[in-house]
Design a protein around this ligand. Structure first.
Ligand code: GLU
Length: 295
């Protein structure tokens, strides 16, 4: 089977060093197997979107010579396709409306949704929109990550009827990520380890929808001085486009890869080509960490 990978940024701000690590890792994993590397802009959450972020993200990838294959998929253009799947899940009674508040769920001993509305047969009314939850009949208790190995999933978490459509009318990430990875023909998902906890939910959706399950590689997260993930929300510094090769060499080191001795003399394209030839996923660290580098 031909390898197809992807990078799927949300346009909530400019790319930072942590995003470069994820973009580069997914790019190298695809290109080292002569595969395709696709881009998807995950713009399904307008309130979190920052104006101009999508084009800035794409310009940054281009500046790093991280060129993608095929057309970019924008989630905001796919509502009809998502709605059709949502409706068919409701029609088959594989999903149901739920009016539970966050507070009610928070007060449960497990803090995990308990299926309270499963048999209440609520229906949506325009004046009081409700969330829609998936009826979880295919819980996934274990899966293998290609970097981190066998992952065991907490039972209550695996069995949770999770939200696939939010009461504010937006489609939930866990639903659309699966529909789009299938739509784009993605064979392997390489992304940040912050998404490891929702992977079992996504695998269960593939199975419920009878879709082929891709393989997964979760890359280590870059942590700040407080041990938090570098993120747009934590105001991580945007990538500096004036020194592409230094950032790329640091990202390669962070991913456990060797870098050429004369990397300072290399152009960005030469560095990338070298990195494709020498990419070894087995060397990628299994732990998140801060960036410690001598370059
Ligand atoms: N859009 C998500 C993010 O920017 C990534 C989703 C994924 O890779 O599955 O963090």
């Amino acid at each position: 089977m031909h390898y197809i990978g992807r990078f799927a940024p949300s346009p909530s701000g400019p790319l930072h060093f942590g995003s470069l690590v994820t973009a580069l890792g997914s790019y190298l994993q695809a290109k080292s197997q002569c595969g395709k590397w696709l881009i998807r802009i995950e713009d399904i959450d307008p309130p979190r979107e920052v104006k101009g972020a999508s084009s800035l993200i794409l310009k940054t990838l281009e500046a790093f010579n991280l060129f993608w294959d095929d057309d970019i998929l924008y989630q905001s253009a796919c509502y009809k396709r998502y709605q059709a799947v949502l409706q068919s899940l409701l029609d088959k009674q594989c999903a149901y409306y739920c009016d539970c508040t966050r507070q009610r769920i928070h007060n449960l001993p497990s803090g995990i949704y308990d299926g309270f509305c499963r048999n209440r047969h609520l229906s949506n009314a325009p004046q009081q929109p409700l969330a829609i939850r998936l009826k979880q009949t295919r819980p996934i208790y274990q899966f293998t990550d290609q970097i981190r190995g066998l992952q065991n999933v907490d039972i209550a978490n695996a069995q949770e009827d999770f939200i696939i459509h939010r009461k504010d009318g937006l489609f939930a990430y866990n639903l659309v990520v699966v529909l789009d990875d299938y739509q784009q023909g993605i064979t392997e998902i390489v992304r940040g380890a912050d998404l490891l906890p929702v992977t079992a939910k996504q695998i269960s959706l593939y199975q419920l929808l009878d879709l082929p399950v891709p393989t997964y590689c979760h890359l280590p997260l870059v942590l700040d001085n407080n041990g938090n993930k570098l993120s747009k929300q934590n105001h991580a510094q945007p990538l500096d486009l004036n020194d592409l090769t230094t950032a790329t060499a640091q990202a390669l080191q962070f991913l456990g890869q060797i870098i050429p001795e004369n990397w300072q003399d290399a152009s960005q394209q030469q560095l990338l080509e070298w990195a494709i030839d020498h990419w070894d996923i087995a060397k990628v660290p299994k732990q998140n960490s801060q960036l410690t580098t001598n370059i």
